[in-house]
Ligand binder design. Structure first.
Ligand SMILES: NC(=O)c1ccc[n+]([C@@H]2O[C@H](COP(=O)([O-])OP(=O)(O)OC[C@H]3O[C@@H](n4cnc5c(N)ncnc54)[C@H](OP(=O)(O)O)[C@@H]3O)[C@@H](O)[C@H]2O)c1
Length: 267
């Protein structure tokens, strides 16, 4: 595929992975619509990008009921070639101690909004040829402390697969990229410490952006980043007991980390 001269809408562009993807796309000559909540961060990113004047900024809260309407108004029927559904959030905590609102926001931002945004763009004839949904290793591996996030990212992976199978014959590709732990603001210090204790590797956002470009250039339907996460994602489908045993061995460290969050162990 050719990136130069194409227009891409990137949600979560003010965040770690989103800004790295925005830089990688603009370095290759794409024009961007940068979406996030923080207008200052988005403007600062835009100013750093090559051909800064060719990019646009849209500050919108995608959790707000009218978030997608505002985004569509901003696009005003102008075509875009690519959409990156990257905005996301999560909270590491004991499931039973999470609030209803935090669960609802996690499912809405990571799953419902990407589906709604695809639907609005496709049904209103702003037919992007490329949709890339940013999932997670946790979409393929249920992990303690992340039950609802795992559910949302698993849903996003199946959604991507189904829509790609529906649309690829019409020349529209729906791809899925699943990073493992990445060094961004998403992960609080308790999660970073846990990853260190467990020996989990944490990637840079720039590495994720390189993988994003490679996925696009190879038109690869779905990609999990990193070993052994890539292997465990497959193994969990075939032999979930093996992955479950490995996670049980990690459980004391995971439970201790969960106890350190503001969400306490259910009695
Ligand atoms: N970091 C990891 O370890 C990791 C691993 C696997 C997958 N991922 C996935 O990668 C994607 C990017 O995450 P990240 O690590 O780059 O996180 P991040 O640095 O925290 O960035 C999150 C982005 O989402 C935006 N966002 C959050 N809530 C929003 C809302 N209500 N409306 C609009 N935008 C909102 C933020 O915008 P503002 O800052 O402007 O509010 C920010 O641009 C997410 O889908 C995440 O699930 C991350």
């Amino acid at each position: 595929m050719k990136i130069r001269g194409t227009t891409w809408l990137v949600t979560g562009a003010s965040g770690g992975i989103g800004s790295a993807i925005a830089k990688a796309l603009s370095d290759r000559g794409a024009c961007l619509v940068l979406v996030g909540r923080d207008a200052h961060k988005l403007e600062a990113l835009k100013a750093q990008l090559p051909q800064s004047d060719s990019h646009r900024v849209l500050a919108v809260d995608l959790l707000a009921a009218d978030g997608i309407d505002l985004l569509m108004q901003h696009l005003d029927g102008q075509p875009i070639d690519g959409l990156v559904n990257n905005a996301g959030c999560n909270q590491f905590g004991w499931f039973a101690k999470r609030t209803h609102n935090s669960l609802s926001d996690e499912i809405t931002l990571n799953l419902l909004r990407p589906i709604e945004l695809c639907h609005r763009l496709l049904s209103e004839k702003i037919q992007p040829c490329w949709i890339v949904n940013i999932g997670s290793t946790f979409g393929a591996i249920g992990y303690p402390g992340y039950a609802s996030y795992c559910a949302a990212k698993a849903g996003l992976q199946r959604f991507s697969e189904a829509l790609d199978r529906e649309l690829s014959a019409k020349g529209i590709r729906v791809l899925h990229l699943a990073p493992r732990a990445t060094q961004t603001q998403l992960n609080p210090s308790v999660v970073e410490e846990l990853n260190q204790k467990l020996g989990n590797h944490s990637d840079s956002p720039e590495l994720v952006a390189e993988q994003f470009i490679d996925l696009l250039l190879h038109e690869q339907r779905s990609r999990f980043i990193g070993w052994p996460e890539k292997l465990f994602a497959r193994l969990n489908q075939l032999l979930p007991g093996v992955v479950g045993s490995a996670i049980r061995r990690q459980y004391p460290l995971i439970a201790a980390a969960l106890d350190k969050t503001n969400v306490e162990h259910p009695q």
